[in-house]
Design a protein around this ligand. Structure first.
Ligand SMILES: [Zn+2]
Length: 269
């Protein structure tokens, strides 16, 4: 089978999946391998499992960077693997209904209809703060850097390869997604992520091309200005539309962010 995985560092392979441009990362050690995220549908995940099996025979562990369907609905294709995630993500995965996902996405992404026949496997290994996995000859550190894209984001740091898998805390192919976000906390969370990102590091975003430290710094700057716009707007009693219009991100994404930020400042989110 032709694999869509590309080796971005020794033993670290990234699959940039055409549907939603979502990334899956495979980190291969001497005695085990770690798969970061599992795509959306049972069909996509079966294909992914075949690709992974063709690349390595060592036992597999899985980690979900967060609860959004495109990162975790494929878990059931990896039944023998332990699945790590943050407790907040585990709760949300447990209560997500594939029918709701289909209702939201069917118009723009009819190819995701397989989501309705997909069994959801809830992660069984909670990571509250940090867990280091010995993969044999290399370590992968799973870490919750704080709230940002969601309440339960995890990043994966592979120190020997100077590589960080950021999930949707970093987005390359579109604006950050704010529907479940904490826009006022997101900048600090990216700062915590940046502590793991050296000058020569590679960062795998949740969607799009692999990026570098400079890209993450620029995104941090934009998230910081958005957070200040929200705080100022709230203090001035400005309507959300007016604040969103000044945001460095697109209007639609920013409007969601401003409303989330206002709710959180009012103690409602
Ligand atoms: Zn997401």
């Amino acid at each position: 089978m032709t694999s869509g995985f590309v080796e971005v560092a020794p033993g670290i392979h990234v699959l940039r999946h055409p549907v939603l441009d979502v990334n899956v990362t495979l980190i291969v050690g001497d005695t085990s391998a770690l798969l970061v995220d599992t795509l959306t549908t049972a069909g996509q995940a079966r294909e992914l499992a075949d690709m992974v099996a063709a690349m390595t025979a060592v036992p597999l562990a899985v980690v979900n960077t967060h609860h959004h369907f495109d990162h975790c609905f494929g878990n059931a294709a990896f039944l023998d693997a332990p699945v790590y995630a943050h407790p907040e993500a585990i709760d949300r995965i447990r209560t997500t209904d594939p029918a709701d996902v289909w209702r939201e996405w069917s118009r723009t992404h009819p190819g995701l209809s397989g989501v309705l026949d997909t069994d959801i496997r809830v992660p069984d290994r909670p990571v509250v703060h940090e867990t280091a996995l010995d993969l044999g000859g290399r370590t992968a550190v799973l870490r919750h850097p704080g709230r940002g894209h969601t309440a339960g984001d995890l990043i994966v740091h592979v120190p020997d390869a100077a590589l960080v898998v950021a999930g949707d805390l970093v987005e390359e192919s579109g604006p950050p997604g704010f529907s479940d976000a904490y826009p006022l906390e997101w900048p600090d969370t990216v700062s915590a992520l940046l502590e793991r990102v050296g000058p020569a590091s590679a960062v795998v975003p949740g969607h799009g091309a692999v990026v570098d430290r400079a890209f993450v710094l620029a995104q941090h700057e934009r998230l910081t200005s958005l957070a200040w716009l929200i705080r100022d707007g709230d203090a001035d009693g400005a309507v959300a539309e007016k604040v969103a219009a000044r945001s460095p991100f697109g209007l639609d994404a920013s409007l969601v962010a401003v409303r989330r930020g206002y709710d959180q400042l009012a103690g409602r989110g």
